[in-house]
Design a protein around this ligand. Structure first.
Ligand SMILES: [Zn+2]
Length: 274
């Protein structure tokens, strides 16, 4: 098999583009149809598995969602945006159910960009722990989207990701089967997790899940970590429900500039965006 690096520079891009044309994950626009200047400004590469065209990227939330989730541990939830945000919901759907794994990177960036002060105020973290899938569901889906998001968040914050610290000890019904305020959410995940203890005195864990709706899964996962000796300081998700019972929307004091601005201002600055 010929690796892309072995191909001569001239023509390699055209060959790759023909074999594996990259398209916007939301609207399907071919990357080749995005004007070259906009592509350069946004840092879109050919064959980018996480490509979003400028207009779709501009439809995403401008700043991360920061919630204080009273009654749920950990109380601070950082999300890329509301689960009800239409463009974000579409993007999460494509990522989670249609297997566009590369989208974890922009979702992870979106979740923590501009949330640094809130995360620091919550006590930073020593490790990121993704909420595990039951092994059977992981086999069905092919990947654990919470772990993929944790890896993207780990790159952004330079934190280690430790999936082995938490496991599901029983299969549960999908939380999506229950409404956000249904008490069965909490019962469904109670005692579903088991955790390993910290080994080296670094005890601050941050949880990462794909979506946070009622907070019941986070609360159960955090309870298992705490029972094993961890302090659970905050959590991150691709989407969170700001209208969940007990959730208080905090205005992020250091909100990232609208990442769409990087596409349209022509200044070429993409920091904090892509
Ligand atoms: Zn698009």
């Amino acid at each position: 098999m010929i690796a892309p690096a072995d191909l001569p520079g001239v023509g390699a891009r055209a060959i790759l583009e023909a074999l594996w044309p990259s398209r916007c994950a939301l609207c399907g626009l071919a990357v080749g149809d995005i004007p070259a200047a906009a592509r350069r400004r946004a840092g879109i590469r050919w064959c980018d598995p996480a490509a979003l065209c400028p207009s779709c990227e501009g439809r995403l939330p401008a700043a991360p969602l920061v919630l204080r989730h009273d009654g749920v541990t950990p109380p601070l939830v950082v999300g890329a945006g509301s689960v009800n945000h239409p463009a974000l919901a579409d993007l999460v759907g494509v990522w989670k159910y249609r297997g566009r794994r590369g989208l974890a990177a922009p979702l992870g960036r979106l979740a923590v960009s501009g949330a640094a002060a809130a995360i620091a105020a919550a006590g930073g973290a020593d490790v990121l722990v993704p909420v595990p899938l039951h092994p059977r569901r992981r086999r069905e889906r092919g990947f654990n989207q919470a772990e993929a998001l944790a890896r993207a968040v780990g790159v952004e914050l330079d934190l280690p990701v430790r999936p082995e610290l938490l496991r599901r000890r029983r299969a549960t019904s999908q939380q999506a089967h229950f409404a956000g305020d249904d008490p069965r959410r909490r019962r469904n995940v109670a005692d579903a997790f088991a955790a390993r203890p910290p080994l080296d005195g670094r005890k601050r864990a941050a949880l990462v899940d794909d979506l946070v709706t009622s907070g019941a899964t986070l609360a159960a996962a955090a309870a298992a970590l705490r029972a094993a000796g961890w302090t659970v300081v905050w959590s991150a998700a691709a989407g969170a429900a700001p209208a969940a019972p007990g959730a208080v929307l905090l205005t992020p004091p250091d909100a990232a500039p609208n990442i769409a601005a990087a596409w349209t201002d022509g200044g070429g600055t993409t920091e904090g965006g892509r």
